[in-house]
Write a protein that binds this ligand. Structure first.
Ligand SMILES: *[C@@H]1O[C@H](CO)[C@@H](O)[C@H](O)[C@H]1NC(C)=O
Length: 118
């Protein structure tokens, strides 16, 4: 009977440990390959225009739209978690992020009326 009980305890511990590992591994940025879909140059442009000042060029806007809104938002939130940006006002940053996204949506509509080549 004692060994039966300890088997159950062991099983519960294993399940809990797996749950903890999974929770840690579910990083939406990694899960969606957000970090591999834009060139570093454009990541910098978008980052600078949201957290500092600057503009996003048309080419980088198209990359940003290709990245997708989900990744755009996830990357902004991830950056806000960085201690370097703890002084930034989350609502200001989120609204700037939305502005950049909206501007880029327009740019990408203007620039790509032709069917994509692939
Ligand atoms: C974010 O914080 C940095 C450092 O405190 C500051 O220089 C920058 O202007 C802030 N950006 C915005 C959009 O408020």
């Amino acid at each position: 009977m004692a060994s039966f009980n300890s088997y159950i305890v062991f099983g519960v511990l294993v399940v809990m440990a797996n749950g903890a590992v999974m929770a840690r591994d579910v990083d939406p940025i990694k899960a969606n390959n957000c970090e591999t879909k834009m060139t570093l140059h454009c990541v910098n442009e978008v980052f600078t225009s949201i957290f500092k000042t600057g503009i996003v060029t048309d080419n980088c806007c198209i990359e940003l739209i290709g990245l997708g809104k989900f990744c755009h938002d996830a990357l902004i939130k991830k950056t806000l978690e960085n201690p370097l940006f703890k002084n930034n006002d989350t609502s200001v940053i989120l609204s700037r992020g939305a502005q950049v996204w909206n501007k880029c949506t327009l740019v990408s509509k203007d620039v790509s009326p032709s069917p994509s080549p692939y």
